[in-house]
Write a protein that binds this ligand. Structure first.
Ligand code: FAD
Length: 477
């Protein structure tokens, strides 16, 4: 098999020693590890298709992998069972075309997200998908996971920013769906099946992405608020007054803010006292003065109504950056302090306060006084609700696995009870398979399995991820 694969991609396109494969078989946090037959790095979509055809003929499992930044164990092979061929796209990195009039860019799926953003910016355009891992995740990975991030409030998630796809199907056929159309009602919109499919339906090798005018000015403010409900009412004021200029509305709680200040050098919270913190950004193609004026007007209104206890607007680009740096410091701070049981829940925006209250009560019924961190893309209703243990508390936690399971269920149950979801932007991968089995309605699982069966009847693509195993019927005694 290895010789045949090498004949397709060349000797430099295949890695098979344990040392060479190490970065591909373990996730970036070191939480999931598995085994692979080898890593194959095709240099063209045609080579990728030939690799997949060989795997289909020989019944060899295939694992598409991007930048391996998944937060739910979706991009590393399982341990045990048949070892897959990992297909990495790091040699598929061409910007194929950019059309500033049509506002589209056509790229190889192996392009790093930040490279696509930078190329668009060179042409005065914005590729609006933006997230913490953008320096290493690939466009193909963001599409396969329908990634969210900080641009969703204004520009939608990845699904809203993809116009066309090129995909190698599990039988090795290349589907050229690289259309750059904004309107195309010719039946099922097949690209949407692959967006969010997490490598289970095929290998994405190219994409046409939507671009937007590049904002030239922004205004950033930090607000102190007394409770999540006040933050939501302030969000409504911003929406009504600023419309599409509102580009971010992020909320963290006091405990989270304190950890950032403690662990990330140079970070400070400009205004405090309310107990909850909101970062607001307005952006457009105008100038800073008019954006700052719009920001000030809404803030005065919010202060008059008692929604905001205090606020500060960044007076320079350095100050705006410093405000964002607090928000971006969250992961680093939490990693230094202890263990986060991070959820990826979302509920309707109006239900966020009720969700935070009921999830907090539920986890504290399991462990009284447990620290809870909240990091919310509030404008999207996406709440990373984080039951948190210091390293010392984690070390002495009895029956750890069972407790962790109960805490996770308590948080997800709280979200589901309010019409929410247990996975808003990170995907299902391996980590959320139990929740898929627990919460997904059987009729939805049946439809998903029918789609999987139609595309990949031999279950070779990213097997054992996204779709939980069927429950086996109990045998009668
Ligand atoms: P991988 O992790 O390699 O793969 C993810 C899944 O996609 C796997 O199932 C894999 O099989 C499949 N896949 C990858 N490439 C392809 C392809 N070409 N064809 C078919 N299937 C493929 N996510 C968010 O949504 N919002 C955030 O704000 C966010 N912030 C993050 C911050 C940090 C610091 C980190 C480390 C991660 C963050 N993530 C976030 C999660 C992660 O970055 C995203 O899910 C990203 O989209 C994954 O891209 P990737 O290229 O690394 O894919």
């Amino acid at each position: 098999m290895l010789e045949k694969l090498a004949a397709i991609v060349g000797a430099s396109g295949i890695l098979s020693s344990a040392a060479d494969m190490a970065p591909f078989v373990e996730d970036w946090r070191g939480l999931s590890q598995g085994e692979a037959l080898c890593v194959v790095l095709p240099a063209t979509p045609e080579q990728a298709a030939e690799v997949v055809r060989l795997c289909a003929r020989t019944g060899t499992p295939v694992l598409p992998q991007g930048g391996n930044t998944s937060l739910c164990g979706g991009a590393v092979p399982p341990s045990g069972g048949p070892r897959p061929v990992i297909v990495g796209l790091q040699r598929l990195r061409r910007i194929r075309a950019i059309d500033p009039v049509n506002d589209t860019i056509t790229v190889d799926a192996g392009c790093v997200l930040a490279t696509v953003q930078a190329t668009a910016a060179e042409h005065g355009r914005l590729y609006a998908v933006s997230l913490g891992a953008e320096g290493s995740c690939q466009v193909g990975g963001t599409i396969a996971t329908n990634a969210g991030g900080t641009g969703v409030l204004r520009y939608g998630n990845t699904r809203d920013n993809v116009l066309g796809l090129e995909v190698v199907l599990p039988d090795g056929t290349i589907w050229d769906g690289l259309t750059a159309l904004r309107k195309n009602n010719t039946g099922y919109d097949l690209k949407h099946l692959f967006i969010g499919s997490e490598g289970t339906l095929g290998l994405i090798t190219g994409a046409v992405l939507k671009l937007h005018p590049l904002p030239t000015a922004r205004s950033v403010a930090w607000l102190s608020v007394a409770e999540p409900q006040a933050a939501i009412e302030a969000l409504s004021l911003f929406r009504a007054s600023c419309g599409s200029r509102l580009s971010a509305f992020e909320m963290i709680n006091d405990s989270q803010a304190a950890l950032v200040v403690k662990h990330v050098p140079g970070r400070r919270i400009p205004v405090t006292g309310g107990g909850w913190h909101v970062l607001v950004e307005l952006a457009d193609t105008g100038n800073e003065a008019s954006l700052d004026a719009a920001m000030q007007a809404v803030l005065e209104d919010a202060l008059d109504r008692g929604l905001v206890t205090d606020a500060v607007v960044g007076a320079s680009e350095a100050q705006r950056e410093a405000l964002w740096a607090v928000r971006h410091g969250v992961s680093e701070a939490n990693k230094k302090e202890g263990v986060s049981l991070t959820s990826d829940t979302a509920v309707p925006i109006s239900a966020v306060p009720a969700f935070i209250a009921s999830a907090t009560a539920a986890v504290r019924a399991i462990i009284p006084g447990l620290t809870v961190l909240v990091v919310a893309h509030l404008g999207d209703g996406n709440v990373h609700f984080i039951p948190f243990f210091s390293f010392a508390a984690w070390e002495v936690l009895a029956e750890r696995e069972a407790i962790v399971q109960r805490i996770r269920h308590a948080v997800d149950d709280a979200a589901m009870a309010l019409g929410g979801t247990f996975s808003a932007e990170h995907g299902v991968g391996a980590t959320h398979l139990p929740e898929m089995a627990r919460y997904k309605p059987p009729v939805e699982l049946a439809m998903m399995r029918a789609i999987k069966q139609a595309f990949d009847p031999s279950d070779l693509f990213n097997s054992g991820r996204l779709l939980p195993l069927r429950a086996t019927a109990p045998t009668s005694a």
